[in-house]
Structures are given as structure tokens and as C-alpha cells.
Design a protein around this ligand. Structure first.
Ligand SMILES: CC(C)(COP(=O)(O)OP(=O)(O)OC[C@H]1O[C@@H](n2cnc3c(N)ncnc32)[C@H](O)[C@@H]1OP(=O)(O)O)[C@@H](O)C(=O)NCCC(=O)NCCS
Length: 196
């Protein structure tokens, strides 16, 4: 009888695939809607007023993603064990001039999201660096990203990735006004040393 013990197998004993970052595929739209819903709710609950947050989430249907993908932005997804656990969207900066007349970076990371269950494991940094490389290849060496100032996790993350605040603005909701800060990431401004 043939010995199958050394042959590759498709059964559940196969080790999980290594996490990968790849360009988005049309069939990812359901996962993207799910990742946004879970991540945004966890990140913004208690920061963005409830009704506004729920409206933001309700808008991001698979159909919204289908209509939006590729229209002026690029998307990379993080796949862990065959499932989408995060994504980053990016493209040309949508911002004009920075504070005090300093030119705004020409590239922008529009949104970066990692499922709460997968945060703190280095995936955000990998997505961020992948987007930054893709932007650099298109000539966008300087990159920017917005964060709501009360979103401490995002602010800490962007600062940790070497970002420096160069502009700020306000978002008006019916019951609340939130401050939004813009980080610039420029070559030569190194990421701080990794924590022990
Ligand atoms: C912000 C976000 C993308 C970071 O992703 P992550 O996978 O948790 O981050 P990583 O594990 O890759 O961390 C990268 C670095 O940032 C640091 N960092 C991340 N979160 C931090 C926090 N809350 N406080 C301090 N440092 C933090 C990490 O220590 C790490 O540094 P190290 O490599 O030296 O250890 C993720 O938390 C997220 O999706 N948040 C909700 C959505 C959001 O707010 N997105 C940003 C605005 S669009």
C-alpha cells in the first residue's frame, strides 16, 4: 500500500497559512463590510455620537465597497488563516495645504483597520508599510493620515509609525464637535525604536 504520510494533505491537520497582504479582490466586499463594522464600532463607540456611528456603519455595505473599490483609491487586505482581518485604503492626498503654509504630503492613507481580535500583533504596521511602499512606487514619498484626536489608539499608532502632526480640523456632529489631526510621514523621519 502507498505510504501517504509524507504527502501534502488538505485536511484540518494542515498548518494555517502565513498571514498575507494582497490586493483586494471583488469577492472581498462582504469581508470588508464586516471588518469595518466590527472595527469602527469598537474604535469609535463613546467617541463618535451613537447615531452618527451607526449611520456610518450602515452606509458601508458590500454594495458600497463594490461601488468604491478602485475609484481613485487602492486597497490592500490582510488575510489571516484564510479570512480577511484588516485592510488599508490609500491614494493621492485629498488635502490641500498644511498649517503655516507647509505643503501637505502628496500621498494619503485614507483608512487602516485591523479587527479588534487581531490588534496589537503587528498587522497594522505591516499594512501601513505595504501601503507606504505602494504609494512610494507611484511617486508619493510623503504620506499623510487623519485620526480623530480622541481615538487614542490611532493617534498612538500613527505617532509610533513616525508620523508628525502637521494640521488639524474639526468634524461637526449635531451633538458634538471632534478634533481631527493630520499626521505626515516623510522619508528620513524614522519610526521610533520598537518597544521591548
Ligand atoms: C490603529 C490600528 C490600525 C493599529 O493596528 P495594530 O495591528 O493594532 O497595530 P500594530 O500591532 O501593528 O502596532 C504597530 C506599532 O504601534 C504601536 N501601537 C499600536 N497601538 C498602540 C496603542 N494603543 N498605544 C501605543 N502604541 C500602540 C505598537 O506598540 C507597535 O509598535 P512596536 O512595533 O514598536 O511594538 C488598529 O488598532 C485599528 O484598526 N484601530 C481601529 C481603527 C482605527 O482607528 N484606524 C485608524 C484610523 S483610520
Amino acid at each position: 500500500m502507498r505510504d501517504r504520510s509524507t504527502e501534502p494533505s488538505n485536511d484540518r491537520t494542515m498548518p494555517p497559512h502565513a498571514p498575507t497582504i494582497r490586493p483586494v479582490a471583488p469577492s472581498d466586499v462582504f469581508s470588508l463590510a464586516k471588518v469595518y463594522e466590527e472595527t469602527a464600532r469598537a474604535a469609535y463607540q463613546g467617541i463618535i455620537p451613537h447615531d452618527n456611528l451607526e449611520a456610518m456603519i450602515a452606509r458601508r455595505t458590500p454594495g458600497w465597497w463594490r461601488r468604491t473599490l478602485g475609484k481613485g483609491s487602492q486597497t490592500l487586505v490582510l488575510e489571516v488563516d484564510g479570512r480577511i482581518a484588516g485592510y488599508v485604503t490609500f491614494g493621492p492626498s485629498r488635502y490641500g495645504e498644511g498649517e503655516a503654509g507647509s505643503a501637505a504630503p502628496s500621498g494619503e492613507i485614507y483608512e487602516i483597520q485591523v479587527l479588534p481580535t487581531h490588534q496589537g500583533l503587528g498587522f497594522g504596521a505591516r499594512l501601513f508599510e505595504a501601503a507606504r511602499s505602494a504609494l512610494a512606487e507611484e511617486g508619493h514619498e510623503d504620506v499623510m493620515a487623519w485620526a480623530i484626536a480622541d481615538n487614542e489608539q490611532a493617534v498612538a499608532f500613527f505617532a509610533h509609525m513616525g508620523g508628525q502632526v502637521f494640521a488639524e480640523t474639526r468634524i461637526l456632529y449635531r451633538t458634538k464637535t471632534l478634533r481631527r489631526v493630520a499626521f505626515a510621514f516623510r522619508p528620513g523621519v524614522e519610526r521610533p525604536v520598537r518597544r521591548a
